[in-house]
Write a protein that binds this ligand. Sequence first.
Ligand SMILES: Nc1nc2c([nH]c(=O)n2[C@H]2C[C@H](O)[C@@H](COP(=O)(O)OP(=O)(O)OP(=O)(O)O)O2)c(=O)[nH]1
Ligand SMILES: [Mg+2]
Length: 132
Amino acid sequence: MKIVLVAAVALVDKDGRVLLSQRPMDKQLGGLWEFPGGKVEAGERPEAALIRELKEELGIDVAESCLAPLTFASHAYEDFHLLMPLYVCRRWKGQVVGAEGQAIAWVRPLKLKDYPMPPADIPLIPHLVDLL
Ligand SMILES: Nc1nc2c([nH]c(=O)n2[C@H]2C[C@H](O)[C@@H](COP(=O)(O)OP(=O)(O)OP(=O)(O)O)O2)c(=O)[nH]1
Ligand SMILES: [Mg+2]
């Protein structure tokens, strides 16, 4: 089974809400709400991948020192195994927008369960509820 490394982040605002981003309808797991991030490219560090993805997807600048590891997802999809470190970030530069035209939502931890998420993400929710 191919292992795919994806770096993801829970952006947390001043009110303790978490940012979710809706996957495009035409992609795998389309329409589901995910943590921003994406695939780590060959030779790339996960933190660098995340900083790159946050700029591309949300239009914000994040310093590596502001990315704190929280937990990870390890999930067997049908055609690959997802290994996804989840960081927490409370500080960034710029205004968070859906820079690729996607919907975004700031969600209280206890409301995360109301947003349909990829199966790999479900076990991550209690970690955020505990943290926040
Ligand atoms: N970013 C992100 N991906 C997730 C989450 N949960 C989850 O199962 N995934 C899966 C969906 C995809 O199979 C994979 C991420 O791939 P992606 O297509 O978003 O990758 P990417 O942002 O680099 O985009 P692309 O260049 O491949 O179009 O990880 C999550 O919370 N956030
Ligand atoms: Mg992505």
